[in-house]
Design a binder for this molecule. Structure first.
Ligand SMILES: *[C@@H]1O[C@H](CO)[C@@H](O)[C@H](O)[C@H]1NC(C)=O
Ligand SMILES: *[C@@H]1O[C@H](CO)[C@@H](O)[C@H](O)[C@H]1NC(C)=O
Length: 446
C-alpha cells in the first residue's frame, strides 16, 4: 500500500554524505506520485510484462485465434492458406483425443507438417547443414505437444512401454530425435528405440521387423510407425546403416503384404502373421499408413544431402511402390459417397473418411515427387476429388464422419465417436495439399 508510506518524511534516497542515491529494489519508501522514487522492479515492470506476453505468444500461438479454415501463421502462402474446412478444430481433436502412443506420434508429425513445415521432411531443406533443425529458445508447437504428452520410459528399451506392439512406440521416434537436440533423455530414448528395433524385436521369416511383441506379425500400419524413424535417426546420427535398413524394411513389408494380381493389384493386405488377428483384406487406413510411411522415408532420403545421389535407386523404387498403391486405391474407388470403402475392393463395406483422408494425403505427397505429365495430372484430379469428398464430411466442429473405429478395423458399423487418428489425417491432408498448392503444382480451384 504505497499511500501508507506517504506520511513518512522522505530521507532514504540520500546517502549518509547527502548525495542522491538511485532507488533500490528494496526501498520501502517509494511513492507512485514521485517517479524518481520508483524502485527498479516497478520501473522495469512493463519489460517483464512484455517478456511474459512474448513468451506466451511464442509457446501458445493458438491462443491468438483461428479464423474459419485458416491458421494464420504468417503472410506467406503457407501462413495464410485456406484449408476449406475447420482445420483448427480438427487439430484440437487430434491433440485432445490421442491417448495411445501411435496416436500421439501421428498427431505430433501432423502438427509439425501443418505448423512447422520448414522442419518436416517434406520441406526443401529438412536437414540444414546436414543437421536436425531445432530452435534453442522456442520449442516447436508439435514437439512441445509430444514433450508434454509423453513420459519417456527412461530405463526402458523403447521410447514408451508397450507390451503389444513393437512399432507403435517408434512412431514417436522422429519427435524424440528432434526433442533430443535439447533434452538428452529423449536422444537416449531414441537410441534405445533404434537398438530395440534392430537387435531385439521379433522378425518375420524374411527379416521384416514385427509389428507385434508376442508373435512375428506384419501389419501395414507399421510402415508409418518405424521406417520413417529409422531413416530420420540414421540421417541425424550419420548412421548410414539405419537409413538403408529403413528402406530395406519397407521393401520386406511390401514383399509380404502387397497384392500382386486381381482387382486388388498394388494394394496391401492388412495383417500377415500366425495369430487370429491375421487380416487378408486391403484395409483402407492400412494402405494409407503404408503409402504415407513410404512418402516420409522417401522424403528423408532426398532431404539428406549424402542420400540424394547415393540412394537414387532406392528413391525410384519408393516412388514406384507408392504409385502402384495409389493406383490400386483409385481403381477400387466406387462408393457413391465419394469416400473409399473401409476395405478396398470389397463392396460390402461402407465408405469412410479416415482411410480416404490418409490416402489422399499420400497422393498429394506422391504428386510432388512425380514429373509433370498425364499420369501426374490424373492422380492430381483424383486427389482433389477425394479431398473435396472428405471436406464435405467434416462438420463445423472439425469432425470427419463416417469413420472406421480405429481400434476395431473390421467393425461393420462406423464409429459413433471421433476417430483420433482420423483427425490427425485431416491435418496431414491439409498440409500435403497446401504444400502442393504453394509449390505451384496443385490449385485451389474446384
Ligand atoms: C475458405 O474457403 C471456403 C471454401 O472455398 C470459403 O467458403 C471460405 O469463405 C474461405 N474462408 C476464408 C477465410 O477465406
Ligand atoms: C507390460 O507388462 C509388465 C509386466 O507384466 C507390466 O508391469 C507393465 O505395466 C506393462 N506395460 C504396459 C504399458 O502395459
Amino acid at each position: 500500500m504505497p499511500h501508507a508510506t506517504k506520511s513518512k518524511p522522505e530521507t532514504r534516497t540520500k546517502d549518509e554524505k547527502g548525495r542522491d542515491r538511485p532507488p533500490t529494489i528494496f526501498d520501502p519508501n517509494w511513492t507512485w506520485s514521485n517517479p524518481s522514487s520508483w524502485p527498479l522492479s516497478i520501473r522495469f515492470l512493463p519489460v517483464g510484462v512484455a517478456i511474459i506476453a512474448i513468451g506466451l505468444a511464442t509457446y501458445f500461438p493458438s491462443v491468438f485465434g483461428n479464423p474459419y479454415g485458416r491458421l494464420m501463421v504468417d503472410n506467406s502462402c503457407v501462413g495464410t492458406f485456406n484449408y476449406t474446412f475447420q482445420i483448427a478444430a480438427a487439430k484440437r481433436h487430434a491433440e485432445n483425443l490421442a491417448t495411445h502412443d501411435w496416436e500421439i506420434g501421428t498427431a505430433g508429425q501432423a502438427i509439425l507438417e501443418l505448423i512447422s513445415p520448414q522442419k518436416a521432411v517434406f520441406s526443401a531443406n529438412p536437414f540444414p547443414n546436414g543437421k536436425v533443425p531445432y530452435n534453442l529458445i522456442k520449442m516447436d508447437e508439435a514437439l512441445l505437444y509430444v514433450f508434454e504428452n509423453v513420459r519417456i520410459w527412461s530405463e526402458g528399451e523403447t521410447i514408451v512401454s508397450n507390451n503389444y506392439s513393437v512399432s507403435d512406440p517408434a512412431s514417436l521416434g522422429v519427435s524424440a530425435v528432434m526433442i533430443g537436440q535439447i533434452w538428452h533423455g529423449w536422444a537416449q530414448a531414441a537410441d534405445e528405440q533404434k537398438r530395440y528395433l534392430l537387435e531385439k524385436a521379433p522378425r518375420h521369416a524374411n527379416g521384416a521387423i514385427s509389428h507385434r511383441v508376442e508373435v512375428a506379425e506384419l501389419w501395414s500400419d507399421a510402415v508409418f510407425m518405424f521406417p520413417p524413424f529409422l531413416a530420420y535417426y540414421g540421417v541425424a546420427m550419420g548412421d548410414e546403416g539405419a537409413v538403408r535398413e529403413a528402406f530395406r524394411q519397407v521393401g520386406l513389408y511390401r514383399d509380404v503384404l502387397m497384392i500382386t494380381d486381381g482387382d486388388r493389384k498394388g494394394l496391401w493386405r492388412h495383417i500377415v502373421g500366425p495369430s487370429e488377428t491375421a487380416d487378408d483384406g486391403a484395409w483402407s487406413t492400412g494402405n494409407g499408413w503404408a503409402a504415407y510411411g513410404m512418402a516420409r522415408v522417401r522424403a528423408t532420403l532426398v532431404g539428406w544431402e549424402k542420400g540424394r545421389d547415393m540412394m537414387r535407386e532406392e528413391v525410384a523404387k519408393l516412388d514406384k511402390w507408392m504409385l502402384e498403391n495409389i493406383l490400386g486405391a483409385m481403381r477400387t474407388d466406387d462408393h457413391e459417397s465419394g469416400l473409399l470403402r473401409n476395405y478396398l475392393a470389397d463392396n460390402s463395406w461402407f465408405g469412410e473418411t479416415a482411410g480416404t483422408t490418409l490416402l489422399t494425403a499420400s497422393a498429394y505427397r506422391l504428386i510432388m515427387f512425380m514429373e509433370p505429365g498425364a499420369e501426374r495430372d490424373k492422380i492430381l484430379r483424383w486427389a482433389d476429388r477425394k479431398r473435396r469428398a472428405v471436406v464435405q464430411h467434416v462438420d463445423e466442429d472439425g469432425v470427419a464422419r463416417p469413420a472406421v473405429h480405429s481400434l476395431k478395423h473390421d467393425q461393420r458399423e462406423p464409429f459413433e465417436g471421433i476417430n483420433p487418428e482420423g483427425e490427425s489425417f485431416l491435418l496431414l491432408m491439409g498440409a500435403a495439399w497446401r504444400d502442393c498448392v504453394c509449390a505451384g503444382v496443385c490449385t485451389v480451384g474446384p
